[in-house]
Design a protein around this ligand. Structure first.
Ligand SMILES: C[S@@+](CC[C@H](N)C(=O)[O-])C[C@H]1O[C@@H](n2cnc3c(N)ncnc32)[C@H](O)[C@@H]1O
Length: 254
């Protein structure tokens, strides 16, 4: 048994388990993106033919999954990854006719107002989505009744409430943990705008354990050795779910 085998879990993630774990790990940019998306999608209503923005799509695994699993048309928007690189992943996966790669920064999206039925964002919103003005900016791209869903690293309690970032987390991610808000924080932040109705806001069950399984599999597969992954493995092991999790938050535009 290798750690890669731990990434096939049809009982909990039946759709994700149909994807080659080596392919997924080869596109690694953070905790298992398909597990996060498959779980988030349980709180969304994605239907064939919908036009979906995958915001912060990285190397594209989630966009492939959206197109294949839900039959939606996807715009894969990302800032760090060149559109040509993502487009090559879509072509190889046979979804180039349904997924378009766009390189863009999340505050200057080059889209028409009300042009999407849904916007999803997997492990990316923490980089650009916590400012008070961001939700109002983003929902202009959703049609009325359109859906928004994010999966983003979370803590079980607000740093503000704790008074400090727990040492084992600060050692690895530093101030970036300030953006790892609780589901309740997201619910209030979005609902207070009166622009959306929050339809669910929850912690992913055992998210820290899923994250650990993923990081161990990545560590095992890296030709250069597991060095870069060890601090994350240590952080998650020490945490044991006390603070670290993922928030899955969904909403509908009014
Ligand atoms: C941790 S990676 C996750 C990528 C992918 N969703 C996944 O789960 O594999 C975070 C992504 O957020 C994107 N990102 C970060 N800041 C951004 C910004 N300001 N505008 C657009 N995308 C951004 C990066 O380009 C990166 O691909």
């Amino acid at each position: 048994m290798t750690a890669l085998n731990d990434l096939v879990r049809p009982d909990r993630y039946p759709r994700s388990s149909r994807y080659d774990p080596a392919w997924l790990v080869g596109l690694d940019m953070g905790p298992h993106p398909l597990w996060l998306l498959e779980d988030l999608a349980r709180d969304l209503d994605l239907r064939p033919g919908m036009r979906v923005l995958d915001l912060g799509s990285g190397k594209g695994a989630t966009s492939v999954f959206l197109a294949r699993e839900y039959g939606v048309e996807v715009v894969a928007a990302d800032w760090w990854i060149p559109a040509e690189d993502a487009a090559a992943v879509f072509a190889e996966a046979g979804v180039a006719d349904r997924v378009t790669a766009v390189r863009t920064e999340a505050h200057v999206l080059p889209f028409e107002p009300e042009s999407f039925d849904a916007i999803v964002s997997i492990d990316a919103f923490e980089y650009f989505g916590t400012a008070d003005g961001y939700l109002p900016y983003l929902v202009r791209f959703l049609r009325p009744g359109g859906q928004l869903g994010i999966a983003t690293p979370a803590m079980t309690r607000e740093v503000r409430e704790l008074g400090a970032i727990p040492a084992h987390i600060k050692r690895v991610v530093g101030w970036e943990a300030l953006a790892w808000h609780t589901p309740e924080w997201w619910r209030f932040q979005w609902e207070i705008t009166e622009l959306v109705e929050v339809t669910s806001a929850r912690l992913q069950q055992d998210a820290w354990r899923d994250w650990l399984l993923w990081t161990r599999a990545c560590a095992e597969q890296r030709p250069e050795g597991p060095g870069a992954d060890q601090p994350v493995i240590d952080m998650l092991t020490e945490d044991g779910g006390a603070y670290l999790s993922f928030a899955l938050v969904t909403a509908r535009k009014k």
